[in-house]
Design a protein around this ligand. Structure first.
Ligand SMILES: [Zn+2]
Length: 71
């Protein structure tokens, strides 16, 4: 599960936490929250470090394995 938190008094910017620290490198006292991450830098860093599978073209084997419907 993703961890999220705010830094210092800025409780509007929710950072992604790794080992209790903001992924974007923001420094300061971290307050952990169960909130959606909205820090753009953290979201960018997350997608760069953990590429999603959706980079591959989406494929549905169940559909592609259907016999041709030409009869
Ligand atoms: Zn951040």
């Amino acid at each position: 599960m993703a961890e999220a938190g705010t830094v210092e008094e800025d409780d509007l910017t929710v950072h992604e936490l790794r080992d209790g620290k903001p992924l974007c490198g923001e420094a300061g006292m971290v307050h952990e929250w169960l909130r959606a991450v909205n820090c753009g830098k953290c979201l960018t860093a997350r997608s760069e470090k953990a590429p999603r599978r959706r980079e591959r073209p989406w494929r549905n084997p169940a559909v592609e394995d259907l016999p041709p419907r030409d009869s």
